[in-house]
Ligand binder design. Sequence first.
Ligand code: KMH
Ligand code: ZN
Length: 275
Amino acid sequence: MTTGTLITVAPTGAESAKAEVPALPVTLDELLLTAKECEALGASVIHVHIRDDDARPTLDPGRLRATVAALRESTNLIVQLSTGGAVTDPEAHRLAVLDAGPDMTSCTMGTVNFGDDVFLNRWEFIVDLHTRMQERGIVPEYEIFDLGHLTALRRLLDRYGLPHGGHVHVDFVMGVPGGMPGTTATLVAAQQMLHDLPEGTTFSATGIGRSSIPVMLASLSTGGHLRVGMEDTVTYAKGRPVESNMQLVARAVGFAQLAQRPPLNTTQARELLGL
Ligand code: KMH
Ligand code: ZN
């Protein structure tokens, strides 16, 4: 409860269409502008999904490498690439994301129903991701969509050891139709389950759609960190579309300041995450 707040921005995701959400950053220029402005507001980590020339989700290796290089050149943000991609991405392409040389990648800890789709994360695939990240010195953020994913994480760490850097950081993604709900009660239950993980494990939380604000408040009051962005929320308030990722980061910064847990800068965030 005494630390500041790590704020991650997830600006794009793989689910929203540019045609339906014109403010979504989909080109490299749009992403860089968003990244710089969100860093200036108080974000320290960027969770990145990229798009192709037609604004469709892609895991193209060349584009991923160029994106990592450009973000490093223009910002001091911690660059976290998504290995989740889109639900249609094959495992081989998701594993190849590590070749782009990011600071961090996401690592989802189990399969989850995802609206009408299934976000598939087989045990062997998770083990592959975890061990390859260890070998390459990439720090994972373990994505937890359901409480059982925390049990899987404990099993993973027991069998295959701690991640690179030795620090364990998880992100609760709450309110996905098919996953755990974005409620205070569920966040408290998830936070309690962290006691089974290595001491010092930290967590951030994000609530999809209308669970965004309740999850943010619950996370701040239980000592957690925040992830916000248009990957998770495209409605700012009832009947009001999100205008930009900056609007969501600014709101998160305001809440963190009210909680007297101001945003960590990128140096403090690197320290916290063991980078
Ligand atoms: N797009 C979702 C299917 C991640 O980035 O690691 C998966 C996702 C999780 O967004
Ligand atoms: Zn993602």
